[in-house]
Design a protein around this ligand. Structure first.
Ligand code: PLP
Length: 374
């Protein structure tokens, strides 16, 4: 039987046309973009072109794009690079943000709470900003629940108070319209492997005029803002994937929203004691998260895997840690339900038939797990 991959927030398959775009830069155009000879200039031209195209997609200027090794580095760079003082973030951020904040021993950090639907209250942000606040970092869409934050409102508050606003848009790009002019964000993180691009490459948008100390030092790459020989094929792949995702976004997001609603309704109608986690409407179109009282996420995930279904307990990085998700805890989900949560994140290859099979398999599995104590 066909396996069903429903873990697209962990990573996505590389699109065939993205691989095609990358191959020449892995084979014949292998030059180092810092070299002045022809091979080097070819690599440089590919990066320049990629920068122009990504800037256009984001509503940015070319000079405002820094290529990185992925979402983690972009988040780290944004947080580690600001001057000492006060930082504001939220309790449901990815660990790439939360742990970077913890590393700022020279900063006081305010962690904003979220409501039971995983949303930050803009009034909490208004109250938290101080004269010495150096950065506010609040994610666009949450990786575990899919909940989308009121980004425009949060960004507007920061703008009014002249505080740089960073958003981790790793789970938003390709699913929601992400444009730095609409949202008026100052820094924004992207990761290619979340939208059918290659792993290990990402970007940080840095608004002109916002000062950031580089995280990586060494050579003068990326205009002295990120040292290290550029991953030319990765950068070409990131931009090919970004253009592809943007072109498909509206139609694909509408399809995925319907598909994930079908999944949510199916679960609610078939499985008693299923608790939905996250905002039912303000969410990434592909993500639903449920807790099943009387079960454990290990039992659920292993059981689903045996049925040919790949899902997740939330953040891929948290698997093995056995800790209940910090996101669900921040939402006030009781610990037993937080330990019984499964995230389904759908993607291009999923169909109505897949969703119906997930509901059927899950219903049987939850019944069996409850009978055997989780
Ligand atoms: N931020 C969010 C919201 C994520 O979901 C992830 C990946 O799971 C990251 C950051 C880290 O991105 P990367 O895997 O490119 O380091």
């Amino acid at each position: 039987m066909k396996r069903i991959y429903a873990d697209h927030n962990a990573t996505t398959p590389l699109a065939a046309e993205v691989l095609e775009a990358m191959l020449p830069y892995l084979r014949e155009h292998y030059g180092n973009a810092s070299s002045i000879h022809c091979e080097g200039r070819q690599a440089r031209a590919a990066i320049d072109d990629a920068r122009t195209r990504l800037a256009r997609l984001l509503g940015a200027e070319e000079s405002e794009i820094i290529f990185t090794s992925g979402g983690t580095e972009s988040d780290n760079a944004a947080i580690v690079g600001v001057p000492a003082g006060h930082l504001i973030t939220s309790a449901i951020e990815h660990h790439a943000v939360l742990h970077a904040c913890q590393h700022r021993h020279d900063c006081e950090v305010t962690c904003l709470p979220v409501d039971r639907d995983c949303r930050v209250d803009p009034d909490d942000l208004r109250r938290a900003i101080r004269p010495d606040t150096r950065l506010v970092s609040i994610m666009w869409a949450n990786n575990e629940t899919g909940t989308v934050q009121p980004i425009k409102e949060l960004a507007a508050i920061c703008r009014e108070r002249a505080v740089p606003f960073h958003t981790d848009a790793v789970q938003a790009f390709g699913k929601l319209p992400v444009n730095v002019q609409d949202g008026r964000v100052d820094l924004l993180s992207l990761s290619a492997h979340k939208f059918c691009g290659p792993k290990g490459v990402g970007a940080l948008y840095l608004r002109r005029g916002v000062k950031l100390r580089p995280l990586l030092v060494g050579g003068s790459h990326e205009n002295e803002r990120r040292a290290g020989t550029e991953n030319v094929a990765g950068i070409v792949g990131l931009v090919a994937a970004a253009e592809r995702a943007t072109a498909k976004r509206e139609a694909e997001s509408a399809r995925l929203y319907q598909l994930s609603e079908r999944l949510a309704v199916g679960i609610q109608q078939t499985i008693p004691g299923a608790h939905r986690n996250g905002h039912p409407r303000w969410r990434a179109p592909n993500t639903v998260n449920f807790s099943f009282a009387g079960c454990t996420f290990e039992g659920l995930l292993l059981g689903l895997d045996l049925e040919g279904i790949a899902a997740s307990s939330g953040s891929a990085c948290a698997v093995g840690s056995l800790k209940p998700s910090h996101v669900l805890q921040a939402m006030g989900v009781p610990a037993d339900l937080a330990r019984a949560a499964v995230r389904f994140s759908l993607g291009a290859d999923n169909t109505e038939g897949d969703v119906d099979r997930i509901v059927e398999a899950l219903a049987g599995l939850v019944r069996r797990l409850r009978a055997f104590g989780g």
